[in-house]
Design a protein around this ligand. Sequence first.
Ligand SMILES: [Zn+2]
Length: 191
Amino acid sequence: MLPFSDIHTHIPDRPGSILSVPAERVGVVVAANGSRPSDEQQYYSIELHPWHLHEGSIAQFRMVVEQYRDDPHFVAIGECGLDGLCTTPIHLQLEAFRAALRSAHSCRKPVIIHCVRLWSEVIAEARPFMRPTQADGEPPQPFIIHGFRKGPQLARQLLNAGFSISLGAHHHPEIPVVVPAHRLYHETDEE
Ligand SMILES: [Zn+2]
């Protein structure tokens, strides 16, 4: 279980948050942390967002993850994932998502996942990278579907497939009942 009250935001300096940062901006966040008192330092995830892929973004992502993998403020990979409504070609989205999953596996970091429509594809791609649940039922490295707005049926399917779920301000009212507390997260995202 990640000890953050806001596991995904794009807005810096929110208390208890993980800031989602594109690879090209990680250096700025790390440098800023170096000049702040420890209780004001920003935890972050490195994103490879399906909306913003361009030539070279996968290589840059890999390089930056390697560079900072031992930074204690680098706590997750993402957001990354698949989006059935965006204009990025699906082959490029798949290539990027796989790269993100491989990096997360190699540095044993949780994954924050963006998914629009392509649920069975996300489940199938992520499965080979998931480590078995521990004896206490806790996923050793949570795979978190962020900004979940769908209903209980899909939530149960995702839980059975090993995912955790993160809710923003707008979500189905039954989800907090359906999802066990140790698999449930909250986020502010762009709000
Ligand atoms: Zn986001």
